[in-house]
Design a protein around this ligand. Structure first.
Ligand code: NOJ
Ligand code: CA
Length: 553
């Protein structure tokens, strides 16, 4: 495999609005990220992905951009960002911006001009249509946040525009070469500024199956999931190849795609050595439709890595700003403690590919438990989740309980820095409620405790970067071990060294026969096992939620 500069990196996602507020307005800001750079350097981070900080009405928290060339004043200024890039560089940390180009904001000047003159140059930047036969819509697709993808064009009773996400996020028309050129110009402007790359939002959506047509209705709303259309849309690769050629490849940028629905034979095109992107997220566990059990988690993750074996690198996550907290999702509530949190961390962190940590994950932040009022939450996707639950027959209380389990707000509550007011996030009123668990789960409590979740993440990072083992963790082959053994999640990384990651993903002890003897224990989430003398044979007894990382003879 051709070696790339980013292969051995550890990345950290910052959701700036909720990270650290330096001016008391209750909103995290770029200066807050700068203030915490030493913290991130100490943790061992190489790359920061910033969720969007461009000018935005924040209808979808910045994923609705009204000016691609400027920073929203709530987050800071371009000068602040330049300083962040500089200060990051000094600490060996590269900045990755979010690239949101499937859609912009309805407050972007392109859209405003399109509304003024739908038949003019900017009208063609969007998908603007007339009602079919007077009053019917061009197609029955359901937007991701519920309801039709079509919305009346402001100022024009006879016209509608397409938005596959929120109605304040009109889709950009990638079929138009002029639009594509504008997008490439903007990307190069940012890369020239010194960012190291992009996380690429909703990129599969840029290709629509045209002409617009209906798909089988799959809900009481008479609409059809966008996925039905996406499965049939072909040709996204031509756009992506041109995009990569015109921008990323020229800069040797690091790019991580939010990619869904790719077919097996397309994988080399997406993430092969000369793929459209450097890597893409593995969402297989997060998006599994089944209940998440240890067995389902294992099946999803192992399959994902076997699928890309020899082709490219996945980016591994247990959570992001679109998901509830990973520990709350992948570990049964009654078993959630520091030991099980560390086990989950060890499993995903040492898989092939790049580990991404989402802010707060490194201190084991959990989902919200109780919220009395839906108005205490924020996300634009909430209303649809709640209404759908009511529609399915749930009571108000049940619908709220369901929402609290799944809402994206779980990941968006402010970072828990300490146990002072507002978890040390702001002196003002936080824009979103602080998770009341901050009294027990916060960085200040963990930073000097060698047994904390935080220090376990630090150990994991330094193990991955330990020169003796780095090439094995980065390039070593991934070999599942005894995948049939229930609630055992074990794999080897075989390269210069042979390392095994072994997890007992359950509350009962279990016995495991190893393929050979253990040479050295590299990491463990229980204090007892760091003493090598307990491993003389090839049979070991694993305690509840025990994780062992061992070098094999
Ligand atoms: C994916 C982003 O991660 C999510 O937060 C956003 O709502 C959609 N794309 C639309 O941009
Ligand atoms: Ca602020």
């Amino acid at each position: 495999m051709e070696k790339k500069w980013w292969h051995n990196k550890v990345a950290y996602q910052i959701y700036p609005k909720s990270f650290y507020d330096t001016n008391g307005d209750g909103i995290g800001d770029i200066n807050g990220v700068i203030e915490k750079l030493d913290y991130l350097q100490d943790l061992g981070i190489d790359i920061i992905w910033l969720s969007p900080i461009y000018c935005s009405p924040l209808a979808d928290q910045g994923y609705d951009i009204s000016d691609y060339y400027d920073i929203d004043p709530r987050f800071g200024t371009i000068a602040d960002l330049d300083r962040l890039i500089e200060e990051g560089k000094k600490r060996g940390i590269g900045i990755v911006m979010d690239l949101v180009v499937n859609h912009c904001s309805d407050e972007h000047e392109w859209f405003k001009k399109a509304c003024e003159d739908p038949d003019g140059e900017y009208g063609k930047f969007f998908y603007i249509e007339d009602y079919k036969d007077g009053d019917s819509l061009p197609c029955n697709w359901r937007s991701y946040f519920g309801g039709s993808v079509w919305e009346k064009l402001p100022g024009h009773d006879d016209k509608i525009y397409l938005h596959v996400f929120h109605k304040k996020q009109p889709d950009l028309n990638w079929e138009n070469p002029k639009l594509r050129k504008e997008v490439y110009k903007m990307i190069n402007w940012w890369l020239d500024k010194g960012i190291v790359g992009f996380r690429i939002d909703a990129i599969i959506n840029i290709k629509k199956k045209l002409p617009f047509s209906d798909y089988p209705v799959d809900g009481d709303d008479g609409l059809s999931s966008i996925d039905n259309m996406l499965k049939e849309a072909t040709g996204v690769g031509e756009f992506l190849n041109e995009l990569a050629d015109e921008t990323f490849r020229k800069h040797d940028a690091f790019t991580v795609g939010e990619v869904f629905n790719e077919k097996d034979d397309e994988l080399p095109l997406f993430i092969g050595s000369h793929g459209y992107f450097s890597t893409m997220f593995d969402f297989s566990a997060e998006s599994t439709k089944e209940d998440i059990s240890p067995e389902n988690y294992k099946k999803a993750v192992f399959k994902a890595h076997e699928r890309v074996d020899g082709i490219g690198f996945l980016s591994n996550i247990i959570e992001n700003h679109d998901e509830p907290r990973g520990v709350s999702r992948f570990i049964p509530k009654e078993d959630l403690d520091d030991t099980s949190k560390k086990m989950l961390a060890g499993i995903y962190f040492l898989l092939p590919g790049l580990p991404f940590i989402y802010q707060g994950q490194e201190i084991g932040m959990e989902n919200l438990d109780n919220v009395n009022d839906i108005n205490d939450l924020d996300d634009c996707a909430n209303a649809n989740i709640y209404e759908t639950a009511l529609h399915e027959g749930k009571t108000h209380a049940e619908a709220l309980a369901h929402l609290i389990n799944v809402t994206r707000d779980n990941a968006r509550t402010p970072f828990q820095w300490d146990d002072s007011k507002n978890a040390g996030f702001t002196d003002g009123k936080p824009w979103l409620m602080v998770n009341p668990k901050y009294k027990n789960i916060n960085l200040a409590e963990q930073i000097n405790d060698s047994h904390s979740v935080f220090n376990f993440y630090k150990e994991l990072i330094s193990l991955r970067k330990n020169p003796e083992y780095e090439s094995t963790f980065v390039y070593g082959k991934f070999v599942p071990y005894k995948p049939e053994q229930k609630n055992l999640l074990a794999y080897s990384r075989v390269g210069e060294k042979s390392v095994m990651v072994i997890a007992n993903y359950q509350k009962d002890a279990q016995t495991l026969s190893l393929p050979s003897k253990i040479k050295k224990v590299l990491l463990s989430n229980t204090s007892k096992t760091l003493d090598n003398s307990s491993f003389n044979g090839t049979e070991i007894v694993l305690s509840p939620y025990e994780l062992l990382v061992v070098e094999m003879v």
